[in-house]
Design a protein around this ligand. Structure first.
Ligand code: BES
Ligand code: ZN
Length: 921
């Protein structure tokens, strides 16, 4: 009775208690669910680690290197080298043999602490296994392995190799240099070639006595002694503990410019090296390097850890650049800049590559991923932090906004079934080579940007600093970093779980918005470029659902924080601020997700296009097109949006527009549409105001971003046959051929390529001569772009064969030439046929481990849109089943062509109908 009365009089309290109890219960249930999922994930991870540990490609781990005392005797005239190494190792448990890596080396002699040893080589796992002659065991403690070896530096571009260039007198000069990441240190000296086997190095390098020759390594020179009549032995200070792939050795006759940077009060020398004729082009990289590194020292609150920093432009270099600690090496095009020869794009490339490589001094070199599975801890971080560093050096370039273009590339790549999770098990050298891809770099960087925005800048910076301090000179896994973030964030947000939904599973969500009055309801599903593609949700521990920090902007302002859309929630609701006229989600496109709206909302956003920031405008364009391409939105929506471009003058929106409009144009062209010309006419209409806004001559003092915009807009105008654009390009080209008066560097590529389109054999030969005599690497590439742009197929065919000649096209540039020709509509089929009939040649020359050979196929087939072509590709893969480092690339090529075919069946009619309505021919 009393109870009933009590309940009756305390109605409110009872309801409250009931609510609390049910809330608590549901939290407990949720927590249990979470725990279950966590366990599943842990199991998965554990399984993968076991697999890894069992794998024969991995070293057993009971022997650890401590110090490599290393002697290299490279012979520049024969292109051969000899070496000897004394490795001090720590044996952790009793073993009958010691295995380390060695590949493409001759092993001449093995001693164990001065006694003879025996050894065997295993080609397939690239292992050298050493035993004591009397077959007795190695017992725990210290031991020394002395190995003499020799090898060949010629005809290769990884490991220890020769590179050459022509000096001012046209004479060939040779150098020896090295590039080891990820698994090529073992091609230069026997070593424990895994990133978590850090050790110190004492290096001695033989160099010609001739004073013009220098020897460089990671640390400063400590001593030079005469070795024989012609040579000296250069010894270097002992290094700090570091991974094998970061060691570097150079003997060359290079010159340098010098500056220094402030390292927490102490000045550190910064030198930029290049072949002597390129010396004056090293100045800019030095200036940028100084600013960038001083910024990093301040941002990380950790001094640059080494006593010197050298940066070197290498004439033959397989990638863009490589972060060897204290001795960073670059392709010439990524380090050399001077405003009379190089374009704004070249300049920005130098700035961002320098900023990227120097970020590795902390992310990668000081703290290194434990194994290649977590490569993104190196490359994703450097790819993100580089934007901070570069924009500290060049604050007016809008670089932080420009990041979006990397984000777009990641979203595009990651919308395919052939994508992969950021954290991915890799074992073989081919697999390791293959994950140096867009996912590790650009998706990695993109989710860090989202993380920083979610936890706020200061927390992110503090977490980064704590992580670097905690793991300095050691190795880390993804969880180690996320733990540092979580510690600072506390319990208000499970940030670790949020990030894991993006690191352990591939892909990302599209949020679908519905609206009822002021209330928006958002649901999520995996976004796929082909929305009809099927996949198995249980392949992923998070079942392809993500924890998304949702942000928005309205005409009244930005959301103050984010609304969390947890991966296990069905939907979330967000209320539109009262009085707001429009509302756009994911402001400035910082989140790694897409948002689709009802048609009326899209119309609303399009109507307000002019009110948005550059980033939001860029986002809207990219989003509308990408969602329509996936058939989740009527293609009319992005096409209507392009009408707004007639009042657009900024770089980034035009950069997105260029990609998307060119893609439509390709589809129309390849399907023989009768609307191709009408579409070009429409694009001419919308690009004309922007085109007229810029001038071809250099009298105007354009800002950096305006320069980039001009290039993009001129390119687009010429692509759609804008008459004035084509005739300007042609007349500049003709005048230049006659007078050879240098053209402004920004417009050279446009002028060379458009000027050459209709050229005859005589003109082409003339350009080839100019190319042959040109020594600047960036200018050579622009000229090559011209050579590849001719419509004449016989000449293109001839060029493909000519490109095999290394004196004409360096190995590092070979695939660029092939790709340039394939972008030329007259060359697309030609390249496809040529690559198939020259496959054995390509594999022999570059090996299947070459990641550029891997990505070649998706690149040259990316516009194919017929069943016939698809079958050809499939047959080619069947004929050549071994893909090497191109396994995922092959899958990507097939998926892309299938999607192109689908595009035509779904969108061609809509697009043609829209063109008919909107273009007057
Ligand atoms: N660590 C890489 C170099 C590398 C690339 C080694 C691929 C092994 C395989 C370096 O830091 C890098 O990322 N270089 C980029 C350029 C950079 C600015 C994105 C490259 O070479 O493409
Ligand atoms: Zn890198």
């Amino acid at each position: 009775m009393n109870l009933i009365v009590w309940i009756f009089t305390h109605k409110l309290l009872v309801v409250l208690i009931a609510v609390i109890i049910s809330l608590a219960l549901s939290t407990i249930i949720l927590a249990i669910e979470n725990r279950k999922l966590r366990n599943e994930i842990d199991e998965l991870i554990a399984k993968e680690t076991n697999l890894t540990e069992m794998n024969k490609y991995r070293l057993p781990g009971m022997v650890k290197p401590i110090l490599y005392e290393l002697y290299f005797y490279p012979n520049l005239s024969t292109g051969l080298f000899k070496g000897k190494v004394d490795i001090s190792v720590d044996i952790l448990s009793t073993t009958d043999s010691i295995s380390l890596h060695s590949h493409t080396l001759n092993i001449d002699n093995v001693h164990i602490s001065s006694e003879n040893g025996t050894y065997s080589l295993d080609q397939s796992y690239q292992l050298l296994t050493i035993r004591k002659t009397d077959q007795s065991n190695f017992t725990p403690g210290k031991e020394n392995l002395q190995i003499e070896f020799s090898g060949d530096m010629k005809n290769r571009i990884v490991g220890l190799y020769t590179s050459s260039y022509k000096d001012a007198n046209g004479e060939s000069r040779r150098m020896a240099t090295s590039k080891f990441e990820p698994t090529y240190a073992r091609q230069a000296f026997p070593c424990f070639d895994e990133p978590n086997m850090k050790a110190k190095y004492k290096v001695h390098l033989l160099k010609p006595k001739d004073n013009s020759y220098i020897a460089l390594s990671n640390f400063p020179v400590s001593n030079i002694t005469d070795y024989d009549k012609e040579n000296q032995l250069v010894s270097f200070e002992e290094t700090v503990s570091m991974s094998t792939y970061l060691s570097c050795f150079i003997v060359s006759d290079f010159a340098h410019t010098e500056t220094s940077f402030n390292n927490d009060g102490k000045m550190i020398p910064l030198k930029v090296y290049a072949s002597p004729d390129n010396l004056q082009k090293t100045q800019y990289a030095g200036e940028v390097g100084k600013k960038v590194i001083e910024y990093y020292v301040n941002y990380f609150q950790i001094p640059y850890p080494l006593p010197k920093l050298d940066m070197v432009a290498i004439p033959d270099f397989v990638s863009g650049a490589m972060e060897h600690w204290g001795l960073v090496t670059y392709r010439e095009t990524a380090l050399l800049y001077t405003n009379t020869t190089h374009s704004t794009i070249n300049k920005q490339r130098v700035t961002t590559v320098v900023a990227h490589e120097l970020a590795h001094s902390w992310f990668g070199n000081l703290v290194t991923m434990n194994w290649w599975n977590d490569l993104w801890l190196n490359e994703g971080f450097a790819s993100y932090i580089q934007y901070k560093g570069a924009s500290a050096a060049e604050p007016t370039w809008g670089l932080l906004d420009q990041f979006m273009l990397d984000l777009h590339a990641a979203l595009n790549f990651d919308s395919r079934l052939s994508s992969h999770p950021i954290v991915q098990t890799v074992l073989t050298p081919d697999q390791i080579s293959e994950i140096f891809d867009l996912i590790s770099y650009k998706k990695g960087a993109s989710i860090l940007r989202m993380l920083e925005n979610t936890v706020k800048e200061t927390t992110f910076q503090q977490a980064v600093k704590n992580y670097l301090n905690l793991y300095a000179y050691k190795n880390a896994i993804t969880e180690d970093f996320l733990d540092e973030v979580q510690k600072l964030v506390g319990t208000v947000l499970n940030v670790k779980e949020l990030m894991e939904t993006f690191t352990v599973q591939m892909g990302y969500p599209i949020l679908t918005v519905t609206r009822s009055g002021d209330e928006y309801t958002l649901t999520q599903k995996r976004f796929l470029a082909d929305s009809t593609a099927s996949f198995n949700k249980s392949d992923s521990a998070y079942r392809y659902r993500w924890s998304v920090p949702v942000t928005y902007i309205t005409d009244l302002g930005k959301s103050s924080s984010f609304v969390l859309f947890n991966y296990n929630a069905d939907s979330i609701k967000i209320t539109r601020p009262t009085g707001a006229k429009w509302m756009k989600f994911n402001h400035d496109q910082i989140g790694y997700y897409r948002v689709n709206y009802p048609k009326a909302e899209w119309d609303d956003l399009i109507a307000h296009y002019g009110n948005f920031s550059v980033a939001d405008r860029t986002h809207l364009l990219e989003e509308a097109f990408s969602i329509a391409e996936a058939d989740l939105l009527d293609f009319e929506v992005p096409l209507e949006l392009t009408k707004k471009l007639s009042a657009e003058f900024d770089y980034m929106p035009w950069s997105v527009a260029y990609i998307k409009l060119r893609s439509i144009l390709n589809h129309l062209k390849w399907s023989g549409s009768d609307q191709e010309a009408a579409f070009k006419k429409y694009v001419i209409d919308i690009v004309s105001p922007a085109y007229n806004n810029f001038s071809w001559n250099e009298t105007v003092d354009y800002s950096h971003l305006d320069r980039l915009a001009r290039i993009e807009i001129f390119y687009l105008a010429c692509l759609v046959d804008h008459e004035a654009c084509l005739s300007e390009a042609q007349s500049y080209f003709n005048r230049w051929l006659k007078t050879r008066q240098p053209i402004t560097p920004d417009l050279r590529r446009i002028i060379y390529s458009n000027g050459m389109k209709k050229a005859n054999k005589t003109t082409w030969d003339a350009l080839l001569e100019i190319y042959k005599n040109e020594t600047d690497a960036s200018e050579r590439l622009k000229l090559m772009k011209g050579l590849t742009s001719i419509e004449n197929e016989d000449i293109l065919k001839k060029l493909l064969e000519l490109a095999k000649d290394e004196t004409l096209v360096r190995s590092q540039d070979f695939f660029s030439v092939v790709q340039f020709i394939s972008i030329n509509p007259s060359g697309t089929d030609l390249v496809w046929n040529w690559v198939r009939s020259n496959w054995d040649y390509l594999v022999h020359r570059f090996t299947l481990n070459d990641r550029y050979l891997g990505t070649l196929i998706p690149e040259i087939t990316s516009t194919f849109a017929t069943q016939e072509r698809l079958t050809e590709i499939e047959e080619f893969f069947k004929e050549h089943p071994n893909a090497g480092a191109g396994v995922a690339s092959r899958a990507r090529a097939l998926e892309k062509v299938k999607h192109n075919i689908l595009w035509l069946s779904k969108n061609k009619k809509t697009v043609e109908k829209w063109i008919r309505k909107n273009s007057v021919l």
